[in-house]
Design a protein around this ligand. Structure first.
Ligand code: AMP
Length: 614
């Protein structure tokens, strides 16, 4: 089936050609011929991403009479975002027609919108509250309206717009047609259909609660405290990510966005505490792709229609499963593939099972990638970027002789090695310290033992320090003390766990003497520092009791509540690398959604999509 066969005007077909729309989507094939008819009420059960805007927009712009300045079409939708999006889409469809389309939404100057309407408008796209305001001011005639579209009707009712919708519909002529689109059909939506439509054609694209088949749903089980670090790894593992990260609350949204920004990622928050101007600016950047990661609440992200989002990351699952569907539906638009990644802690498996039942989808169990995998992906990305860089001979010509002299005597292999090291040393150092972030159900019970087994490295020694959080010690403070006293660089110190009254850190075995002699007896904020070896891993590992466990045994025996201590996380020092090396992450120049075939893998179980199928 082609758009031409659906019966659209030639001017509209021309716009579609320019937009690159070749084949109608299923909802378009079903809806368009019906909506082009004389008397056409319609109910479409379809999610965003199915092409529903064009399903009503194309017939609407085809039917509206050109050159008439009183509104004939009225589209009502829940959010300002969606309102602007629909307006833009319709303006594109109507590019070769003489039809004026105006967006009317809250939070901005009402007089300007009233003036636009007064100047003459054929189609109004509006949010309910503002539309009622404008009609109350008698600035809008609705008596010539022939078509009313209710888009995302379930969302509008969820958001409490029922009364406004009734008010508006009651002001429009009896003879109008109503086209209603909704992802779900709760009884309130069915009631609107009953009250305002006669014999509508009902089209359902997929099961009403079914999510798009192009979305791969993957969950990652991590310890609660590793949620943020795991999120960063998923991002690092997908260098071309163009993603939406969902949090449950405004606070969490602000916190995650702030940490990511601090850690050098190209991320920004979108939530209700921001002013309208701030939200607009963030959305603009995201849409233009100068922002790579948008961290949002469910409410703020409603109605966002941004194409080509590669990943939705559920930092925390929503309480309401309906929201999960809305979230994951932001990726895999218009026939493309996408991934919805979910972070859960060891007690949240039930939530995954519940979502699976309701949306009739199976999740894949993912594995948070380890340092080596991430470094490999990042290196491949870098290599790819270098190899595909365009060489501007004329521009570099005059600098070449001097540069060539600098490199004189280095083989190709040396140059490559040096170049990789220059870009990556900091990154390697950073990840070298990080352990395995994957948790399992057993972690809930024998978590401590498991961590011992999994995380400690044979080449590292674990040290006990007599000071803890109660002494004002934090990971940065401990690093400072150790580096100042020993003269070591901070990247020589591995993982740090700050407990209430004592702490641990790791360092390479060969540094034991240096650390014990130099760090012992120094001071930290008036306290004398004492450092002991707690354990040295024996070759081949396996022995959890190897080495002097005295300190650790004593401490844990005596103070079990300290177990959930403030472990130094990856994020604590991530700023170092993002900021200074500036080479490997969150870059706005990343070719999002690019097909990274060089990496030659498609291991989605580890959250990877370097070679995405896009
Ligand atoms: P919607 O469900 O209306 O939010 O549309 C999702 C995305 O698909 C939008 O970015 C549209 O521009 C795009 N789209 C809609 N219909 C088609 C089509 N027939 N061919 C290609 N892209 C489309």
């Amino acid at each position: 089936m082609t758009f031409k066969e659906l019966g659209l005007k030639s001017e509209v077909l021309k716009s579609l050609e320019e937009l690159g729309f070749e084949t109608p989507t299923p909802i378009q094939t079903e809806a368009i011929p019906h909506l082009l008819k004389e008397d056409s009420d319609f109910v479409g059960l379809a999610q965003t991403g199915t092409g529903k805007t064009a399903a009503f927009g194309l017939p609407l712009v085809s039917k509206v009479e050109e050159g008439i300045k009183i509104p004939q079409g009225l589209i009502i939708c829940p959010t300002r975002e969606l309102c602007l999006q629909i307006t833009k889409d319709l303006q594109n469809y109507a590019k070769h027609l003489n039809i004026s389309i105006v967006a009317v939404y809250g939070g901005t100057d009402i007089r300007r919108q009233m003036k636009d309407i007064k100047d003459g408008v054929a189609i109004i796209v509006a949010t309910p509250g503002r539309l009622v305001d404008i009609t109350d001011r008698k600035a809008l005639r609705l008596d010539e309206v022939k078509w009313v579209v209710l888009d995302e009707a379930d969302e509008m009712l969820n958001m409490g717009f029922k009364e406004d919708i009734d008010t508006i519909l009651d002001k429009t002529p009896e003879t109008k047609n109503v086209w209603l689109f909704s992802a779900t059909m709760p009884k309130e939506v069915a009631e609107i259909a009953r009250n305002y439509m006669s014999n509508p054609l009902e089209v359902s694209i997929g099961h009403k609660n079914q999510t798009n088949e192009n979305i791969e749903h993957i969950y990652f089980m991590v310890k609660e405290r590793d949620r943020y670090a795991a999120t960063k790894r998923l991002i690092d593992f997908n260098p071309s990510i163009y993603g939406l990260i969902f949090c449950r609350t405004r606070n969490e949204t602000a916190m995650v966005a702030e940490k990511l920004e601090k850690d050098g990622y190209n991320a920004a928050p979108l939530h209700g505490d921001l002013s309208q101007a701030q939200r607009d600016s963030v959305m603009k950047r995201f849409r233009e792709r100068s922002l790579q990661l948008l961290v949002a609440t469910d409410v703020a992200a409603r109605g966002i229609d941004v194409s080509d989002i590669t990943h939705v990351i559920n930092y925390n699952l929503p309480d309401d499963i309906e929201n999960y569907t809305h979230r994951s539906g932001r990726t895999a638009r218009a026939g493309k593939k996408g991934e919805s990644l979910v972070l859960i802690n060891t007690r949240e498996m039930g939530k995954i099972k519940h979502i699976e039942r309701v949306i009739r989808t199976t999740f894949t169990a993912g594995r948070v990638p380890d340092a080596k995998e991430i470094c490999e992906v990042q290196l491949m990305q870098l290599a790819d970027k270098v190899i595909s860089a365009e060489v501007k001979e004329d521009d570099i010509q005059e600098f070449l002789p001097i540069i060539m002299r600098e490199f004189e005597g280095l083989s190709k292999e040396d140059v490559v090695k040096k170049f990789v090291s220059a870009e990556f040393n900091r990154f390697f150092d950073y990840y070298e310290r990080s352990g395995n972030l994957n948790a399992s159900k057993e972690d809930e019970r024998g978590g401590r033992e498991r961590r011992d087994r999994d995380d400690f490295d044979n080449n590292k020694t674990r040290f006990f320090v007599n000071l803890g959080r109660r002494d004002g010690l934090n990971p940065g403070g401990l690093l400072r003390v150790l580096c100042d006293s020993t003269g070591l660089r901070s990247d020589k110190i591995g993982r740090i766990d700050i407990m209430a009254s004592f702490s641990f850190f790791e360092a390479d075995n060969e540094l034991v003497d240096q650390i014990l002699t130099k760090a012992n007896g120094t001071e930290y904020e008036g306290h004398q520092v004492s450092v002991e070896v707690t354990r040295k891993r024996k070759e081949g590992g396996g022995s959890r009791n190897g080495g002097g466990r005295r300190s650790e045994g004593r401490s844990f025996g005596g103070n079990r509540s300290d177990r959930g201590g403030e472990r130094r996380r990856e994020g604590d020092r991530g700023g170092d690398r993002g900021g200074r090396s500036g080479g490997f992450k969150g870059r706005s120049d990343s070719r999002s959604g690019r097909n990274d075939s060089r990496s030659g893998r498609n291991d989605s179980r580890s959250g990877r999509s370097g070679d995405r199928r896009r």
